[in-house]
Ligand binder design. Structure first.
Ligand code: BTN
Length: 251
């Protein structure tokens, strides 16, 4: 990291990082950390709940100028997810930590972390990776609609955790993972990302429904491809999906 700025309260760390991206003067990579967000954002029109004791930060990083040779938002999300997973494993070693395509990290089947990747069109070569982790904020205090689906590390562990150690762990792991994501001149991913993403994919082997601008698709999840696409086996054959909201269908 070339620098870290801390805010006791801010609207959204992603908004701040996007503003820095457009201003163009900030050395990269740069981190924006907040104790509390008043307008935390999730994917689409979703809001992000930041309870007391949560970890919320955004990273402004350099990304290849040309999206046709560089990582797509889903690939960046999944790579950040691997870094979060690696860091959390140090703190909750007994828990099952998985990636839910494309931008969530789950513990024991519940959401512990959301990732929001934004690539500003007005700042070529820059990407913002926003990460919210439920650490010491108990989900018992969360809004009703989150209580059944979310979890915090303190809920899992039964005690408070060191948020500085967690953010350090995420930054160190992301430094390693980022190198694996950046493509070679031939355009091929430099490592076994397909296996690594699919190996910890929460949806693999489950029947899911994916809703996207193109419509709804139901099928068996086969994992995640090396370009970050979700792989489904449908009644009409195999299909790949690069965007959308996916839900596991209970049977
Ligand atoms: C999602 O689950 O839809 C993504 C949630 C991302 C939340 C983080 S918290 C830090 C950063 N700032 C924001 O406003 N959002 C991201």
């Amino acid at each position: 990291m070339r620098g870290i700025e801390f805010h006791a309260e801010i609207g959204s760390t992603n908004d701040r990082a996007l503003q820095l991206a457009v201003d163009g003067a900030t050395p990269l990579p740069w981190a924006v950390v907040a104790e509390h967000q008043t307008s935390g954002r999730g994917r689409g029109a979703n809001r992000w709940w930041t309870g007391n004791g949560a970890l919320t930060f955004s990273l402004l990083v350099a990304s290849p100028d040309d999206p046709s040779i560089g990582p797509l938002p889903a690939q960046i999300s999944l790579t950040a997810g691997l870094a979060v997973r690696a860091a959390l494993r140090e703190h909750v070693p007994l828990a099952e930590i998985q990636l839910k395509w494309p931008n969530d990290v789950y513990i024991n089947g519940r959401k512990v972390c959301g990732i929001l990747v934004e690539i500003p069109s007005a700042a070529r070569g820059r990407a913002v990776i926003g990460i919210g982790i439920n650490v010491n904020n108990s989900v018992a205090d969360a809004p009703d609609e989150l209580r059944a689906t979310a979890i915090s590390l303190a809920d899992v562990q039964g005690s408070r955790l060191d948020r500085v150690a967690i953010i350090e762990g995420v930054l160190n792991a992301l430094h390693v993972e980022w190198k694996a994501l950046i493509r070679s001149p031939a355009g091929e991913p430099q490592s076994d990302l397909r296996e690594r993403w699919s190996g910890c994919c929460y949806l693999t082997g489950r029947i899911v429904r994916l809703d996207s601008a193109a419509g709804s698709t139901t099928g068996l999840c086969l994992g995640i491809d090396s370009d970050g696409a979700l792989l489904l086996q449908t009644e009409l054959g195999p299909s790949r999906h690069t965007s959308g909201v996916v839900r596991r269908i209970e049977s």
